[in-house]
Design a protein around this ligand. Structure first.
Ligand SMILES: [Cu+2]
Length: 118
């Protein structure tokens, strides 16, 4: 391998990793971490008619999210993985989205409050 080629390979690698960092930073959604037994943050605010990407992951346990009122289909949230849910609220109000998977003793109280404003 020539020196030029080594330098070029190195630069391409550098640009690629910089690209990844930019992509991660450009994520404009809301990150929500599920754990036993809560969502963090436990309250989020969305705008009527604006599509927002909610990005869920779990820090402990298998959980889920679902809200018929907000049009969120039952989605599993697994530890170490990210799952994206797009939501476009139609009506202002306060919605409670419960954990959609029976996950243990704290399950009945595991909820995400979604405030939808104009
Ligand atoms: Cu649960």
């Amino acid at each position: 391998m020539s020196l030029t080629r080594i330098i070029r390979t190195f630069l391409i690698g550098l640009i690629a990793s910089a690209g990844l960092i930019v992509t991660a930073g450009a994520h404009s959604g809301v990150d929500i971490v599920a754990s036993n037994w809560k969502f963090t943050p436990d309250t989020i605010t969305l705008k009527v008619g604006t599509t927002q990407t909610l990005r869920f992951t779990s820090a402990s346990g298998v959980h889920g999210i679902e809200s018929k009122d907000l049009g969120i289909k039952s989605t599993m949230i697994l530890p170490g993985k990210f799952v994206e849910v797009k939501v476009t609220p139609k009506k202002a109000g306060t919605y409670i989205a419960h954990c959609a998977i029976v996950c243990g003793p704290g399950h009945p109280n595991m909820k995400l409050t979604v405030k939808v404003v104009q």
